[in-house]
Write a protein of this length. Structure first.
Length: 393
């Protein structure tokens, strides 16, 4: 049984499919699916193509139903180790070599499997440092959202060849935390962390067969963290890092499930609303979370004053801010900084991440978007602030 001290933050959850024989409606549309090394290899020293094919088929089925999916994948280092026929070593340059060798094989496998379903994939290499940098964050977000709009499935992995911290060990978090960063980056509805263990248990089920699955965790506290185990097998992220990822993603407004990647149709069943593994419900409303992030986590570097027409469009249609509606710029800021949008009466109406610097906006304010490149000699898009990088106040 679960300890009484923990029971206050946990309750069971069950759900059944009442529409057997019919494809159920999607509960979650924008989904980040993280699949770990121990799932991809089925516990061996090489990729399990049968399991990967099944996973690709699940993604394809959801894609056909209208879901937007991003895959965060591990496995490059394990794949490189198998390709070279080498044993485990801990020194970082060696592991970076393995990642460089294995990454091409891993992507080739995904390419072949998704091609069977006429799905275009795109390799996307990120590091936590990329997402910590505001311009890098902006570029990554805009690129991933553009891929989703085009029906592309991004395959995200850490850039292990240059990211030293991320491959040193479980103290960093590897792709578990990266998947949470990506979920927050694109405002995902669901983060599905697919692992070789079916969720968070009251004890290690490999040691204690009577251990009970914890089906729902309302709050991640010290008692929940104490249940997480360490690193096992070829993977870097253990259960502890999956709990860290759940905390990060739920704090950004995303539902999280930690579930078995070896059970049949796990990803499809989660997307359709079936409760599998351990559910960590979103801790906050996503819009409120984004407001706090933009107003608190990032300091506002300046103001963009807009005319009444632009103010009305922003408020009523939640549109992007174009240069034509800008009256003046106050303060000095760079591309990727957080700025406030102010109406002609001085009232702050929105906040967001700018595609252009204050000097650039001063030169293009009041002009049509198709003239931006002519004036600046370059352009970063038609929008000064894209609606996906902006919240109304």
């Amino acid at each position: 049984m679960i300890h009484a001290a923990i029971a206050g933050t946990i309750r069971g959850e069950t759900m059944s499919n009442k529409n057997e024989g019919q494809t159920p409606a999607l509960k979650y549309k924008r989904i980040v699916a993280k699949i770990g090394t121990n799932v991809l290899t089925a516990g061996t020293d090489r990729l399990n193509m049968e399991l990967m094919a099944d996973f690709a088929a699940q993604v394809a089925a959801l894609h056909k139903q209208g879901a937007e999916l991003i895959v965060v994948t591990s496995g490059a280092i394990a794949t490189g180790r198998h390709r070279l026929g080498l044993k485990e070593r801990k020194d970082i340059p060696f592991r970076q070599v393995l990642a460089a060798v294995g990454q091409s094989d891993l992507m080739q496998a995904y390419q072949q499997l998704f091609a069977r379903h006429d799905i275009t994939i795109a390799q996307t290499l990120l590091t936590r440092r990329d997402l910590a940098d505001r311009v890098g964050y902006l570029n990554a977000r805009n690129t991933l959202l553009a891929m989703l709009e085009l029906g592309i499935v991004p395959i995200v992995n850490e850039n292990d060849v240059v990211a030293v911290d991320e491959i040193e060990g479980p103290k960093i978090g590897d792709n578990d935390n990266l998947s949470a960063f990506v979920a927050n980056l694109v405002d995902a509805d669901l983060l599905a962390i697919l692992t070789d263990i079916g969720g968070l248990f009251s004890a290690d089920p490999r040691v204690e067969p009577a251990a009970e699955l914890i089906q729902r965790v309302e709050k991640i506290d010290e008692q929940i963290e104490a249940l997480a185990g360490g690193t096992t097998g070829h993977g870097v992220g253990g259960m502890a890092t999956k709990i860290q990822a759940a905390r990060l993603a739920t704090g950004g407004g995303t539902d999280v499930f930690i579930a078995s990647g070896r059970e049949a149709d796990t990803l499809k069943r989660l997307a359709h609303g079936e409760a599998l593994g351990t559910h960590f419900p979103a801790a906050v409303d996503r819009m409120e979370s984004r407001k706090r992030w933009m107003l608190a986590a990032l300091s506002v570097k300046g103001d963009i004053v807009v005319d009444d027409g632009a103010s009305k469009v922003l408020r009523e249609k939640e549109a992007s801010l174009l240069a034509a509606g800008i009256q003046k710029v106050e303060g000095a800021f760079s591309r990727g900084d957080t700025v406030a949008i102010v109406d002609s009466r001085g009232k702050r109406i929105a906040c967001g991440i700018t595609n252009y610097s204050s000097d650039e906006i001063e030169r293009i304010r009041g002009i049509h978007s198709d003239k931006i490149e002519e004036v600046l000699g370059h352009h970063y898009g038609s929008e000064v602030l894209h609606r996906n990088n902006m919240v109304l106040l």
